[in-house]
Design a protein. Structure first.
Lengths: 308, 281
């Protein structure tokens, strides 16, 4: 343990004078940080490595589990539902990221204009984010119902489409429905982040670009885009990590169905756990880890750069 | 771009902007409207004669939710869990954040990295080992277990955000307070925390809503009916054979409307905190 701890930013001469109290100060500093660090080690770091280990064992509920190497992964790779989960997770992440970005950016650009009632629009557009995810997806579940669902009612009553659609019950519409509900609930995060970035771009840059004769698209390319690039990068990474690991949207809307049309990793891992085969279930969530690790490492360095 | 249209009040561009914003507003409003209206409809209006407007407003669904479906207990459980997690989380995360920005010691950098990684480690990876761990500790199927787990989920973000707020409190103010006779802890409580009030407000709301909204861990950890939280109780309403949309939407309204009101009141803090730390959606 290092003894020369002193309040940061203190000049060297003062450190010397405080030497006697230094050890006490250091113990105090450790004591303050201890509860958080202990809880994180106990309930995040330890379970993390435990999950890694269990994924390589044949553990079942109540049993010990033996090391079986890659057998769980080999077995999973052969099952259709696991490959469906990989494919669906990738589809959901890509589709929702692109849509949330497009919608979030357009709306943020619209409310940065000087138009009446923009304060109202700003607050209102954030509403889905204030709604608990489980409430949002339960509500969409009701909206998608063939009988008594609001979506079908709008289509039939306005005459847009005369037949009732079982949105969540058929393969062709289940996935787009899950994506639409996820975008509805998730776009405000992009909207707010991009809006904050837009507001931090100095107005004179636009004036200067205009004086130089830049048209709207050139101003976007040369002033707006560079100003929001970093925020968009972090938002994309965070949103991808959360979406890939989200459980509620699929669980509450379709439980992965019909058959495996909307099955994703977290739901499959949960089902795996229900069948008591813990090793296999852990392998499902660990299989995502390499991709997650890459995303996490990029976002960590980006966020720490922000912080410094 | 901004303001370029402001001199021409009735320009075509502005009309398009309004049309786009109004349709976005409608798309956001409709599901919320549907949630509220379904909770106020009679069963007949929900299933037999569905319409965009109800023929009659009724509170039957709410009554049914609390009498037949016993929704009061889950709501109280959720309140208890979320409040406890918030109070403990605010206290110990402000200690940790203060320690990490005011003192220099070995492992400080490591702790910082640990906190960031914990923030980004997804629940979907942790729920299996956590359920084993909690069972082993004898905390499975208990609200205490849930509180402990939710704490570990909220602490990384709270600590991370508070560091940013504490950093902006001038050292001189704090040193002045210590000269005036406050201990270091006293200076933290009397000077640093009040000056970081917006940050404390933001992390309190995030922590509370995070614990209030959590479903997966509750689903895995809680088995007995008496320990169910609100999301869990509603989840079990849809996994039963008959789907009671009316009471379900009544539960959805009760679980979300207080939060949406809170959001409007505290919006400024939340947006500030959110853009600073990029909060889990």
């Amino acid at each position: 343990m290092e003894i020369s701890a002193a309040p940061s930013g203190t000049a060297r001469s003062r450190t010397r004078r405080w030497m006697t109290g230094a050890r006490r100060t250091q113990l105090f500093a450790y004591a303050l940080v201890l509860p958080v660090v202990a809880l994180i080690i106990g309930l995040v770091a330890y379970p993390f490595f435990f999950a890694l280990w269990v994924a390589f064992t044949d553990r079942v509920v109540g049993g010990g589990g033996n090391w079986i190497g890659l057998d769980n992964f080999r077995y999973l790779a052969k099952t259709a539902i696991f490959t469906a989960a990989i494919r669906n997770t990738i589809i959901i992440v890509l589709a929702t990221d692109i849509l949330k970005f497009a919608i979030g950016l357009s709306l943020a650009l619209l409310v940065t204009q000087r138009i009446p009632a923009r304060g109202f629009f700003r607050s209102f557009l954030m509403l889905p984010w204030a709604m608990p995810a489980f409430v949002a997806f339960l509500t969409w579940r009701v909206l998608y119902q063939p009988i008594g669902g609001g979506l079908n009612l709008i289509l039939t009553e306005t005459g847009l489409y005369p037949h009732v659609i079982d949105w969540l019950g058929q393969r062709s519409t289940a996935m787009p429905s899950v994506i639409a509900a996820s975008v509805w609930r998730g776009f405000p995060f992009w909207f707010i982040s991009i809006l904050a970035a837009l507001q931090s771009i100095p107005k004179d840059l636009y004036e200067a670009a205009r004086v130089d004769g830049a048209n709207a698209w050139e101003r976007f390319k040369m002033v707006t885009f560079p100003g929001i690039r970093h925020v968009v990068l972090i938002t994309t990474l965070l949103s991808s990590i959360w979406t890939a690991n989200a459980f509620e949207h699929v669980w509450l809307l379709t439980q992965g169905g019909p058959s495996d049309a909307t099955m994703v990793f977290p739901v499959l891992a949960y089902f795996g756990m229900q069948t008591q085969r813990i090793g296999e279930a852990a392998a499902v969530s660990v299989a995502m880890l390499p991709i997650m690790a890459i995303l996490v490492i990029i976002v960590t360095s980006a966020m720490q750069r922000d912080d410094d | 771009m901004a303001g370029s249209e402001s001199r021409k009040p009735f320009s075509l561009g502005r009309m398009w902007s309004y049309a786009a914003l109004l349709s976005a507003t409608a798309i956001i409003a409709f599901p919320i409207y549907w949630m509220i209206i379904t909770s106020l409809k009679t069963s007949r209006d929900i299933y037999r004669t569905p319409a965009l407007w109800p023929s009659r407003i009724t509170f039957d669904n709410y009554i049914k939710l609390f009498t037949e479906k016993h929704f009061l207990e889950p709501v109280l459980n959720s309140l208890l869990v979320a409040t406890t997690v918030t109070v403990i989380s605010v206290i110990i995360s402000s200690f940790a954040a203060y320690s990490m920005i005011r003192f220099r010691y070995r492992f400080r950098g490591l702790f910082g990295k640990l906190i960031l990684f914990a923030y980004l480690t997804p629940t979907s990876l942790l729920f299996i080992p956590i359920s084993i761990l909690m069972a082993r500790l004898g905390l499975g199927n208990s609200l205490q277990g849930l509180i402990l787990v939710y704490l570990s989920f909220s602490l990384p973000l709270s600590t991370w955000l508070l560091q940013g707020y504490f950093r902006s409190v001038p050292r001189e103010l704090e040193e002045q307070g210590m000269i005036d006779g406050h201990s270091r802890l006293g200076a933290l409580v009397r000077i640093v925390l009040p000056l970081s009030a917006p940050g404390i407000a933001a992390i309190s709301i995030f922590t509370f809503t995070g614990a209030w909204n959590e479903l997966l861990l509750a689903l895995v950890l809680v088995t007995s009916e008496s320990s169910r939280t609100a999301p869990l109780a509603l989840n079990y309403l849809i996994t039963s054979d008959v789907l009671p949309w009316g009471p379900l939407m009544a539960g959805a309204v009760i679980s979300s409307v207080p939060l949406m009101i809170l959001f409007f009141v505290a919006q400024r803090f939340m947006v500030q905190g959110m853009t600073a730390g990029s909060v889990k959606g």
